[in-house]
Every structure is written in structure tokens, then in C-alpha cells.
Ligand binder design. Sequence first.
Ligand code: FMN
Length: 232
Amino acid sequence: MFGCVGADPRDTLQLGKMIESTGVSAVAVHARHVEDRPRHCASSDGVRILSEALSIPVIYNGDVFSHSDIARLRGVSGAASVMIARGAMWNPSIFRSAAQGGFAPLYEVAQRFVTLAEQYRLHWSDVKYTLQQLFKEQPVSSSDSYTSLLHSDSWTDREPVLQALQRDPRTRLAYHPPIIERFDCATWHSLLLQHGYSSSVPSTVRDNPIDSVANASTAHLAHTMAGQTELA
Ligand SMILES: Cc1cc2nc3c(=O)[nH]c(=O)nc-3n(C[C@H](O)[C@H](O)[C@H](O)COP(=O)(O)O)c2cc1C
């Protein structure tokens, strides 16, 4: 609704006030233009403008991928709270603080999810999709146990799939949210500058920025992203 690149703060404010005047109790804001998706980060500035101006609670949404992001993005946006979509879909244990153990091991999350999914009578195809999201870009996704998940097609495959995952030590490795979607704006802009792009991003890069920059220097990009992972 509110864009980060080139957005006029007055438009953001006007729309926010209009929404508030309808009598809603709170507003959740994802500050990103359609054309910014999926690889430009959401803006905390657009949310801050509203947090400071509205009297109803403003909820920040966008790119919350770890428990520590919750306090950080809530702080910089001045929001009353945060809403999490992909981060919670990839690994619902994002809500556990470091003191509570942080991200839970993947197998533990998978097993709990499958138990609840069965209780709530989800279709296996939805269970399979969600497990694939959980294992996205994790070492286990290149293993035979993951292949058994991919080949499963009904609840009758549940036990062999869970057993294969349980036996696989890769499901006990520390969890890192998928890298490609965790790219933050600061890193993105500094990479563009390093690779000779000005701050006005060429349309070919805007269409598919990571791929374009990766073509310029895959090794450098991988190195930078690996560094980010270590910091997580
Ligand atoms: C599986 C999924 C379903 C979504 N469905 C909707 C939807 O129905 N309506 C909507 O406005 N946004 C929808 N979204 C967008 C999210 O509400 C959210 O704004 C967006 O994913 C950015 O937040 P995130 O960075 O925490 O993922 C969906 C996102 C995901 C991942």
C-alpha cells in the first residue's frame, strides 16, 4: 500500500488518516510498492510516518525473518506491534526468543506441524507444501529424506516421510531463514554501488535485481550473503 522507493510521505499520511477515519481499531502496514516486490525490502520509514501521526495502533509488516527482527523493526518503525507472514510460514518457532531456545530444530517443528495438521484435517498437499517451505534452502533439502517428502502424495505416506526426516541429521542443524529473501536494503544498495550501479537502479536490475547483480559477481554476492547468515 505504501511504497518505499519514491513514495510521497504526504500520500502515505493522507491515506493513513483516511483509513483511521473509517473507525478501524488498528492498521497493519506493508510499506512496499508492487514494483518493489519481491526483492526490495519493505520500508520502516513509511510505517514510522503513520506510527507518529495516527492515534490507532499501527502494526509493522515486512521482512521479519528472525526473532530479533521483531524488536528491531518495531523499534525503527515506531509501530505498536509487528505482523509476520513468510517468516512464520517458513518456521513458526520464530516466536521463540533466544532465552526460550530460539529457532527450534527443523524435525521438531515438522513433527509438531504434522500432528496439528492431522488434528485439523488438512489436506496432505497443504502439509507437503508447508513442509517444503520449512525446509526451503536448508541442507536437508538436498537429501534423500527430502526426496521422500517430494514423492509423497497422501496421508498414508506420513510415517515413512517423518521417519526418513527423523533419521536425517540435517534436520537437526541450526535453522537459517532462506537467504535470498532476507536481503536487506543497506546490503542491497551497497552491492549496487560496488558493482557500478548508481542509486537510480536500471529497470533490468529492478526487474530481477539479485540475478543481475549475481551475474556481475556471483562469488562476491555469495560471500556477502554468507556473511549475513553468520550474523543472523
Ligand atoms: C502464504 C501467504 C499468503 C498471503 N495472503 C495474503 C492475502 O490473502 N492478502 C494480503 O493482503 N496479503 C497476503 N499475503 C501477504 C502478507 O500479508 C504480507 O503482507 C507479506 O507476505 C509481507 O510480509 P512478510 O515479509 O512477513 O512475508 C500473504 C503472504 C503469504 C506468505
